[in-house]
Design a binder for this molecule. Sequence first.
Ligand SMILES: NC(=O)c1ccc[n+]([C@@H]2O[C@H](COP(=O)([O-])OP(=O)(O)OC[C@H]3O[C@@H](n4cnc5c(N)ncnc54)[C@H](OP(=O)(O)O)[C@@H]3O)[C@@H](O)[C@H]2O)c1
Length: 235
Amino acid sequence: MNIVVTGASRGIGKALVQTWTQSTTVPHHIIAISRQTAALQDIATTLAAAHSPHKLSILPFDLSCDNYDLLYQFVVEQVPHIDALVHNAGSLVNRPFYELTDGEVHSLFQINTFAAWKLTKYLYTYMPAGSHILNIGSMGGYQGSAKFAGLSAYSASKAALACWSECLAEELKPRRIAVNCLCLGAVQTEMLRQAFPDFDAPLSADEMAHFIGDFALNGQRYFNGKVLPVSVNTP
Ligand SMILES: NC(=O)c1ccc[n+]([C@@H]2O[C@H](COP(=O)([O-])OP(=O)(O)OC[C@H]3O[C@@H](n4cnc5c(N)ncnc54)[C@H](OP(=O)(O)O)[C@@H]3O)[C@@H](O)[C@H]2O)c1
């Protein structure tokens, strides 16, 4: 399967790349996008050395930039179509709303919401019937969930992503492209450590990636337009 994933340099995104490259059923061609790429280069080298059937193409790219033409060109040169597009990249600032600058709020929405919108706009015509767009949301942006002081901009940007997922599913129904949003609870990653240094999450990035990796490739057969909580607990 041909998979595009953002935020692949560390945490859940990197664990997703590792999960897919360990598949023994079908070979995958994964296009991994993030600003830093050293960890991804290591995975690509290991795959090549092991003559793996899986292929990893790496694009160093800042999702807050305007040059999405470059990203589109890279993707279409690598794969003939996309089966799964996973918007996993995310950014978090934990501070009271009155301390956040306009620039910080803009940047959070840029990465957590607009980047998914924009990337989808560029790539959806390259996705066949039966393919899946998966947005990685957060319990903070899940309607009616417990909220946390300091995470207003982050949670609002993820709530927008969740609502957009439902709307996009409607718009893409004629093309039979499914769109879902998984709202994650706490996962032990750099992002969680930054936001809640004293909190121990019940799940590792690998454990969460195991679930998301399978859902990205098969969840569209069971769900469309759904915003689903995937949470053992939250801080
Ligand atoms: N960990 C949790 O407890 C938790 C809970 C709920 C939801 N989530 C969501 O799960 C997703 C993955 O989170 P994580 O915990 O794995 O976070 P993480 O360890 O901080 O990783 C975030 C990823 O996003 C990428 N990224 C950030 N800004 C970017 C930009 N401007 N351009 C391109 N890539 C960018 C980073 O890559 P570069 O820095 O290399 O660009 C990195 O690979 C996020 O959407 C997050 O909101 C996580």
